[in-house]
Ligand binder design. Sequence first.
Ligand SMILES: [Zn+2]
Length: 243
Amino acid sequence: MPTLSNQDLLQIWEYGSLIKPHEYGRLLLTMGMPELDAAELPNMTIGERDKLLLQLRGEMFGSRFDARVPCEQCGEKMEVAFDVADIMVEDDCEKKEREVELGNHTVRYRVLAIKDLDVLSSLNDGRKIEECLFSRCLLEIRRNGSVVDESDLSASEKDTIIHHIAQADPQSEVLIKLECPYCQTSSEVVFDIVSYVHTEINHYAQRLLLDVHYLSASYGWREKDILAMSAHRRQAYIDVITA
Ligand SMILES: [Zn+2]
């Protein structure tokens, strides 16, 4: 698997500013793991995508994550640090179809996939999102062995299935437990690998562009050549300029 070059990271930063947030995960996989079958990407579950993104992020920036999260209670910033191994879910996420028994009904559904994100992200009403999730992911309902349609389900049975679909992919919703060191309040935050890497690449690109600016202004070097240098070598020249 190729490691992304500085050129690639700048390209991701550039394309990333032109697309919708939910498309960013797919951009990262397309650029960072070109060996993946592009035609199969839409069928990848969100958990599968996130597992690959955690792996890709490890190759780019290492396996440790650091963040600062404001406490809901007192507003103080809490330091959060964890390793990729802490948030890798041991789950058979390659199992894209699941089944749930509900009274006389056996309901088969598929796990949410990348192809669903375009539609789901265009909705902002909670109930509409649930309805959409249900209609896209439902595969088959059987009552006592015979296929029936969804009108055979009660409203509460339908809600239970929606709940199952939403919970079917634990890697797609990683929760981090926190305790505030200032007021001792416990809380849980959702860790989203896509937005984390998005922020990280934006910061990296901005530092890289500043380096290019200093070095090209001082030495007249081309962007391409500066980007091909190691961070260590760029820094050595910048230290000379700013000494
Ligand atoms: Zn607090």
